[in-house]
Design a protein around this ligand. Sequence first.
Ligand code: SF4
Length: 576
Amino acid sequence: MKITIAKTAGFCMGVRRAVEMVLDTPSKYNSPIYTFGPLIHNPQVLDLLSEKGITTLTKVPDHGEGTILIRAHGVPPETKDQLSRAGFTVLDATCPRVIRVQVIIRKHTRKGYTTIIVGNRNHPEVVGLLGYAGQNGYVIAGTEELKALPVFDQAIIVAQTTQNQQLYEQITRWTGKHRAHYKIFNTICNSTSRRQIEVKELAHRSDAIVVVGGRESGNTRRLAEIVRETGKPAFQVESETDLNLADFGSLNRVGITAGASTPNWVLRRVFRTLDKESITKGRALHRAFFTLRRALLLTNIYVALGAGSLCFACAELQGFYDHFSTVLVTMLYVFSMHIMNNLIGAKADRFNDPGRAHFYQKYKLPLVLLAIMAGGYGLIIAATMGVLPFTVLLLMSLLGLSYNLPLLPDIFTKGRYRSIRDIPGSKTVLIAIAWGVATAVFPALVHINGISPATVVVFFWSTALVFARTAFFDILDMQGDRIVGRETIPLLFGEQATTRFLKLILTISPLVLIFSAAISLVTSLAVGLTVSPVFLYLVIAFHEKGHMLPGIRLEFLVESGFILAGLITLTWMVFN
Ligand code: SF4
């Protein structure tokens, strides 16, 4: 079964902005913090917000305190005033595109126009818009209701921002013919219209479409309606648990789209479930390969093999030829640290990868023991290699273990940067540096008891590769990380800027290798190893174009960039 995810699926600009505003609120405004109405229709997110002390109010109380955030749909102006009068600090996260419609209505209401809104009269956005029309506002769902209204001297027609484009065009066509003096505004948000156009097109080239989003979400329902109008089945689900997998048994091409308030991790979980189902139903060989890949990734064995391969390549680049022990120590170190990392990151994985979170929850104790044994064994081997390699590995292990520990008392940090983890982007940078030291510097310490110019070049190449790999995974996990408050590099600089930066370092690092080989700083293996950054660059570029969907395959492919470096090194050794 071929699965395609619509490019426009997931959070729209307005919802993303509101979610980000509410997540920033606890550090900037007075508690308690409320949202006026549920921020998005996702129970897990609402639970997490309530863990952060952000709860939902659905009515304006007589008296209130703290801060209240108006969500992207907006509210009637009197509700905003009532909230202020009740005693709240009001933060307005109304989407700028909804504000545009409010402004159109208010301006025309002041000039005596009647407002006709095409939309769902119970939808919060429409309730809010109606508030700007005063006594002269009407809501219609279709042309028949418009015909039933009196003919007004002057009126405007606007649409709920998530209205069905086709329906709105029908209504405005009729208005043009029969109420030509009415002013028509196309207020359908282009994020909605692009989503609707794409799902229609996707439905034509699929056997069925899965529409992910809240049951209460109007724009999600409309996406499902558009699919059904094309004659294709639409399965509307809130999460992967709503999928009836029997429905997909005979399908060859399935599309997935999502409403404007659907977090991308929910979308990915639906994709993963369907993908797994399709593999389970597929050929035995595919099933076995999928299970093997998943097991290797979950247990971090594949990551450790990748680190060993990278160390092998780095050692050969520097001209060290006896490196079995250094490769083994690097593998044990990375294996141990990544298990610890996954155990610590289980909270974000609840959103980003629940399968992984479940695995780490279930096997917590044996995994902790395994991490301690691997780390301890690595240190014992390092001790036999000399004081310097042992000391460096010990320091790196302690740094890894202290990553989450509070290092400074609250009085110096005001509760913000107590541990290394609290420093924005620290995880990605530290993982890259730790791998760089383990793969490039550690072999040099063992073989020459110090570092050389070649070590510096090789360290840069290895660190750049690992940084690109880790930051790319951070890009995939951005929304889940944002919700749990993890400040990763893509969250600091944005997805596009981070992707551009990753591509830049993946372009520079092979050039540095080639130049270093040309001046005989490193061995001629450098030419072959330019393939690894190019490979990673291509994976990122393909993902950007929507050709590689997040899941086991993509994760496995990214980690395979390191294994590729090991295989290239092995081939180079054979021919040398
Ligand atoms: S669908 Fe459009 S108008 Fe509505 S919140 Fe999203 S970006 Fe804003």
